[in-house]
Design a binder for this molecule. Sequence first.
Ligand code: RRO
Length: 299
Amino acid sequence: MTELLKTASLTVNLAGLNLVNPTMLASGILGYSSEMLENIAESGAGAVITKSVCARPREGYGNPTLVQVGSGLINAMGLPNPGIVEFLKEIHQAKTRLQVPLVVSVFEYSAEQDADAVELNVSCPHVKDTGSEIGRDPTILAQVIRKVKKAIDKPVLVKLSPNVSNLVEIADAAKKSGADALTIMNTVKAMAIDVDAMTPILANKVGGLSGPAIKPIAIWNVYNVFEQVRIPLIGCGGIANWKDAVEFLLAGASAVQIGSAIAALGPDLFHEVTIGIAAYLKKKGFRSVEEIVGRAHRA
Ligand code: RRO
């Protein structure tokens, strides 16, 4: 099995981050502890992204925060996090132990020296003022990105929302204001209603849908942005196996993030997906992941 990993180059240079393979842990999955991130890296992730953190601690919403639906999950956690000061301790510890790039997901930007990169979360579908209010307005988004780029000299990834009328316009504004790569996409605004109680199930009522249900939406958005904006893309949305990952690469993503499926199936999925990508490259006669990025556009 591991011999297979040597038959093709699986490495990816993503905006200056060197990944041993194109899989990344999506933000928001599996807590804040450095042990958890280390475990994920040891299981084969090419990079890990923390849960989103903001300047001050936030409790998040009350329960229920999660509901399973047809082929996905709707969450409305409400950005629970211990605040940057407390979080820095975990980040520092993680950085000293991790062998793969550590990306810190931030809401309100706070200087973070130990991160290899930051992922700006401007796309939470339901947290007021700091989430998709920024990510859906190209002018405000550009101002925020310029400010962050001025403050740090690390790669800035920007995670965008599908809950906008023109994602290409948003992606273009992000690129022009200095984003180094774009993560496409955050969750899709969604709701589930309890027919007995006759009320929305989540305490926050509205949430974000993730999982297999949103994969075709994410594939389309990656494909469409790739065609019109020249910037490295990271595909995210419903990846549960190697084939899903390959689909994103063919659509134009240089790397992929896996979220809900890791929570459901465990971190070994990173290795399985990487092996699957390697086998696919071998079968098709390609020597590197880079050779298939955006390949579906040649059709
Ligand atoms: O914490 C959340 O409820 C949350 C966030 Br910050 C996000 O970016 N996307 C999402 O679906 N939920």
